[in-house]
Design a protein around this ligand. Structure first.
Ligand SMILES: CC(=O)SCCNC(=O)CCNC(=O)[C@H](O)C(C)(C)COP(=O)(O)OP(=O)(O)OC[C@H]1O[C@@H](n2cnc3c(N)ncnc32)[C@H](O)[C@@H]1OP(=O)(O)O
Ligand SMILES: N[C@@H](CCO)C(=O)O
Length: 391
């Protein structure tokens, strides 16, 4: 049986009522695993919600360490920071590995969830914690999709949103990569459409799905610079005369194997399906009109080499959301740049947050803060409507 690790600081809260999903299905019992940093102010208005990505966890101070600390974006001395494990995942919040009403794990019977369902569960947690205002909801990748949903689902409570490496709806390109991963899972005979023995899970299928995903999370240049055509043995120092033992293959296999040690295949499938449901306009009307209705200040983070949530996804958001600002970084790391190059987003994110708090910054300071961040220097965006951001 795969062991899913939870950090010692993780706390748990059980919903008092059954939870209704967008599909109409009900989860009779729901538990949320979450972490907090700092203290909620007496006026309950200093909270920041961090939303994690696909295989992430509530340990935001681990995977986003460069954003945490005194004087930083996520400052436990000033802010009350919350991060919860996502609905459908396998790190403590209810998902396929949790007990169903019959006491056995839900497994393949766990109902499909949407990004909106995940956010509505986060909203229940934020209610339960007594938070009146969220100064900022921030996330990258799947967390970025959730952050954007927050802007629409709880406009009274959310003061500002930062979405990195995300989009307003899952593109055909993203849908295609999800399907490739589902096919990889399904090709493992152990998978049995999700009805597998938890003691003998479909490791090969999950590893193959992760390998496909990992290639989309990086960029051609990043893999070229790191591995080129070198052999795995050359990278690890030993001589190799096997011509096709490429280092990049070993790296992909490593990431596939690593995921099978920390993730459940049904959860993976549920979360990929949830990604594919992402469409800010679903059930709300015309896509452009829905984005134009977002009122909060929104920071849209973009990575020039992101081959999954491609930069044009973010340009579209900036073009349509009235109070949006683009924060674009040059990074070799592709989509995973929101993790590997998080530090490069930091100063502009801090600036954005500080402006919202109204505590800082003469105009010159504001400008110099932005100037340290590389933007789309050579690619002006038509109809760019950032308010108060770079122009
Ligand atoms: C926020 C979230 O939502 S997700 C949470 C964080 N994300 C993850 O944990 C996902 C899995 N991890 C990753 O994708 C990456 O490790 C990141 C994004 C966290 C960091 O990226 P990088 O620093 O570029 O790490 P990289 O992709 O090189 O992976 C390093 C691993 O590959 C291994 N590796 C590197 N080259 C090779 C090779 N040729 N053959 C085999 N293994 C290799 C290293 O030994 C190392 O192993 P370890 O992680 O077990 O220590
Ligand atoms: N590599 C990260 C980002 C994916 O969007 C993860 O596995 O969650």
């Amino acid at each position: 049986m795969t062991a899913f690790r939870l950090s010692a600081q993780t706390r748990h809260r059980r919903l008092e009522r059954p939870f209704r999903l967008e599909s109409g299905a009900w989860l009779p019992e729901v538990e949320v695993a979450y972490r907090t940093w700092g203290r909620l102010s007496p006026t309950a208005d200093n909270a920041i919600l961090v939303c994690h990505a696909l295989t992430g966890s509530a340990d935001a101070d681990d995977w986003w360490a460069p954003l945490f600390g005194r004087g930083r974006l996520l400052d436990p001395e000033r802010d009350f920071i919350v991060c919860s494990n996502v609905l459908g995942g396998c790190y403590g919040t209810t998902g396929p590995t949790s007990p169903a009403p019959d006491g056995r794990p839900w497994g393949r019977c766990f109902p499909r969830v949407t990004i909106r369902d995940q956010v509505r569960l986060q909203m229940a947690l934020i209610d339960a914690l007594g938070i009146r205002r969220l100064q900022l909801v921030i996330g990258g990748s799947m967390g970025g999709l959730q952050a954007l949903e927050w802007a629409l689902l709880d406009p009274e409570r959310v003061m500002a949103v930062a979405a990195l490496a995300a989009s307003g709806r899952h593109s055909a390109w993203c849908l295609a990569w999800s399907e490739a991963q589902r096919l990889a899972l399904a090709a493992d005979p152990r998978y049995r459409d999700g009805d597998y023995d938890p003691r003998d899970p479909p490791r090969a299928g999950l590893a193959a799905a992760r390998a496909i995903a990992m290639a989309t999370y990086r960029s051609p240049r990043s893999l070229e610079e790191r591995f080129g055509r070198r052999s795995g043995h050359a990278v690890f120092g030993a001589a190799s005369d096997v011509p096709d033992d490429y280092a990049v293959n070993g790296w992909l296999r490593h990431h596939g194997r690593s995921l099978t040690e920390r993730f459940d295949a049904n959860s993976y499938r549920i979360l990929i399906d949830a990604l594919d449901t992402h469409d800010l306009a679903r059930g709300r009307g015309d896509y452009e009109a829905v984005l134009r209705a977002i009122r909060q200040p929104v920071l849209i983070g973009s990575i020039d080499s992101d081959g999954l949530y491609v930069p044009s996804d973010q340009w579209e958001l900036v073009r349509l959301i009235p109070n949006a600002t683009l924060l674009a970084i040059d990074s070799v790391h592709g989509h995973d740049g929101f993790l590997i190059d998080a530090a490069r987003f930091h100063d502009a994110l801090l600036e954005f947050k500080s402006r919202r708090n109204g505590t800082l910054h003469a105009a010159e300071d504001f400008r110099s803060g932005w100037d340290t961040v590389p933007r789309f220097k050579d690619r002006p965006i038509p109809e760019y409507q950032a308010s108060g951001g770079p122009s």
